[in-house]
Design a protein around this ligand. Structure first.
Ligand SMILES: Nc1ncnc2c1ncn2[C@@H]1O[C@H](COP(=O)(O)OP(=O)(O)OP(=O)(O)O)[C@@H](O)[C@H]1O
Ligand SMILES: [Mg+2]
Length: 282
């Protein structure tokens, strides 16, 4: 089953900017998708269609086999949680706790359930101590965590995150990613993450979709997409740093001949150990 699908999706902003151009995107339920693309490619515009925040100028968006229209926005927002690129666009309540409770209260859950969800979401994002603080007075990274907590508390089936790791310290970024992957594994949650952090992508993505000028340039598993180095560079994108190191070792030192370069430190370590062991045997 597809979690989200778009058919010939076009979107033009009021000032005439054509941000999405006949875009056909799809992600399977339970899959983790990374969306990459240079600034202005249309990533945020596309993500805003997934929960009906924006509606197509033409074409359509289908979430869990239901076309997103003005008549099912409440249902869509319950199923598809969107964490904004800018947390100031998301946080509005008097306190962090009230902000996180807003979704579950609106869904009509009893008070005990609301409290339990808020507690869980604040703990998961490690901001329990900020519960009574005004969102306006948080640091940017804390705001990001609060915005994520608000979406987690809704327990959606699909979580769409726009640049979630930007402004998070490395430990928090790693914790948030671990939590999201755990939710994916245990609850079958679908993750769609737009990011510029290519080093992080192989750690979570089953698929990568690359956008440029409102269109999909390529889509496929990380191993495949990160082999298209010339295409990536022509779009001002890059491969993970560890992959780049192996590319250099291969090209300049002819050390490694394997066509699939490692994408993560773990894969690189395995490759290096195998190489050293083969060397020792000679
Ligand atoms: N509210 C708006 N009104 C008019 N044009 C807009 C608006 N928001 C975005 N755009 C334009 O739409 C295009 C796509 O923007 P979008 O924000 O989707 O890009 P992005 O891929 O998310 O970029 P970034 O990496 O900088 O976040 C850009 O040309 C941008 O200038
Ligand atoms: Mg954006």
């Amino acid at each position: 089953m597809k979690a989200i699908q778009t058919n010939d999706l076009c979107y033009t902003y009021h000032d005439g900017t054509k941000a999405l151009n006949s875009l056909n995107f799809s992600v399977e339920k339970g899959e983790n998708m990374a969306i990459l693309g240079p600034n202005g490619a249309g990533k945020s515009t596309l993500l805003h269609h997934f929960n009906g925040l924006l509606l197509p100028s033409s074409g359509k968006v289908v979430a869990l086999e239901h076309e997103v229209t003005t008549s099912n926005l409440d249902w869509v927002r319950q199923k598809v949680g969107l964490v904004f690129q800018d947390p100031d666009d998301q946080l509005f309540a008097r306190t962090v706790g009230e902000d996180v409770a807003f979704g579950p209260v609106n869904l009509g859950f009893p008070l005990e359930e609301v409290k339990a969800r808020v507690k869980w979401a604040l703990e998961a994002t490690e901001i329990t101590d900020l519960e009574h603080k005004s969102p306006q007075n948080l640091s940017t990274g804390q705001k990001k965590r609060a915005a994520l907590a608000g979406v987690l508390a809704m327990k959606p089936e699909i979580i769409v995150l726009d640049e979630p790791m930007a402004n998070l310290d490395p430990r928090t970024a790693s914790k948030v990613l671990k939590l999201l992957l755990q939710l994916n594994k245990e609850l079958g949650l679908t993750l769609i993450i737009a990011t510029h952090d290519v080093d992080l992508v192989p750690l979570f993505a089953d698929e990568i979709c690359i956008l440029s000028k409102g269109q999909i340039v390529t889509q496929g598993p990380p191993q495949e997409v990160f082999m298209k180095t010339d295409l990536l560079r022509s779009l001002d994108l890059r491969v993970p740093r560890i992959t780049h190191l192996f590319e250099i070792l291969n090209k300049k030192n002819q050390i490694l001949t394997d066509k699939h370069f490692p994408l993560t430190i773990g894969e690189a370590r395995k490759e290096i150990v195998e190489l050293l062991e083969a060397n020792n045997k000679q």
